[in-house]
Ligand binder design. Structure first.
Ligand code: CTP
Ligand code: CA
Length: 224
């Protein structure tokens, strides 16, 4: 019998991970969301638990099973609820990984009754949501902050801007238009760009493998 031992090299580290989409209500029967399924964030959470970390998972609605062994699981729907959950739990964290696909906008007003159709076009006015990661970047001190960048074009340029704007240690950038990358699939094709501008290109890998690469990088940063 072969016994697989996993090295518990993140023992006792507090890691908060956000995963999945957010959902912004329009009225009691309609909402705005995105194609995120939570697979990447759940894979990171699962691997981090295996490696001994104390994991808080803040998750939008997904069809995935909750990883076992979490320190805390906080289900949320809206970007505002995600913001509140992250801020409330940030102090004790050594690492925050924001793999969630957060809505940038929400309906200005949530109708408390179903919006009825009329003969006219409908305009739904949207307000900006807060950028959670950007706010974390302003107050992070010695925490390690990891972002994701979902792009369809100008991947590296856009991802580099996000590192700067949000004060990240590194960003995991994925090109959503490549087959086997991005939302809904078990694989991803990523580039990891750090705050010094170093770029690592990875081939198509499982989200589990990518999770361990991300956690390896975090481990190195924690040792510094
Ligand atoms: N993010 C966040 N809060 C938001 C929007 C995004 O914390 N309101 C985080 C995401 O979780 C991700 C990173 O910021 O880790 C980048 O998200 P992305 O949507 O790629 O970038 P944005 O800065 O929102 O810019 P844009 O959507 O215009 O590309
Ligand atoms: Ca966005």
């Amino acid at each position: 019998v072969k016994i697989l031992t996993t090295e518990r090299d993140l023992e006792g580290k507090n890691i908060l991970i956000t995963a999945g989409p957010t959902v912004e209500k329009i009225d009691p029967v309609r909402y705005i969301t995105n194609r995120s399924t939570g697979k990447m964030g759940y894979a990171i959470a699962t691997e981090a638990v295996k490696r001994g970390a104390k994991v808080t998972l803040v998750s939008g609605p997904t069809k995935l099973d909750k990883p076992t062994g979490l320190e805390k699981f906080i289900p949320i729907e809206s970007a505002k609820q995600m913001y509140d959950a992250v801020i409330e739990n940030m102090n004790e964290q050594d690492v925050i990984i924001k793999s969630a696909a957060v809505a940038d906008y929400k309906p200005k007003h949530i109708a408390d009754r179903k919006i009825k159709k009329t003969d006219d076009d409908l305009v739904i006015e949207l307000d900006r949501n807060k950028d959670i990661l950007k706010e974390l970047g302003e107050i992070k001190k010695d925490k390690i902050l990891v972002g994701f960048a979902a792009e369809t074009n100008d991947l590296i340029e856009n991802a580099k801007k996000k590192i700067e704007k949000k004060n990240l240690d590194f960003i995991v950038a994925n090109d959503l238009l490549q087959e086997g990358a991005g939302f809904g699939v078990d694989t991803n094709i990523v580039k990891i760009i750090d705050k010094n501008g170093n770029i690592e290109n990875y081939p198509k890998m499982t989200k589990t493998e990518i999770s361990n690469i991300i956690l390896d990088k975090i481990k190195l940063l924690l040792e510094k």
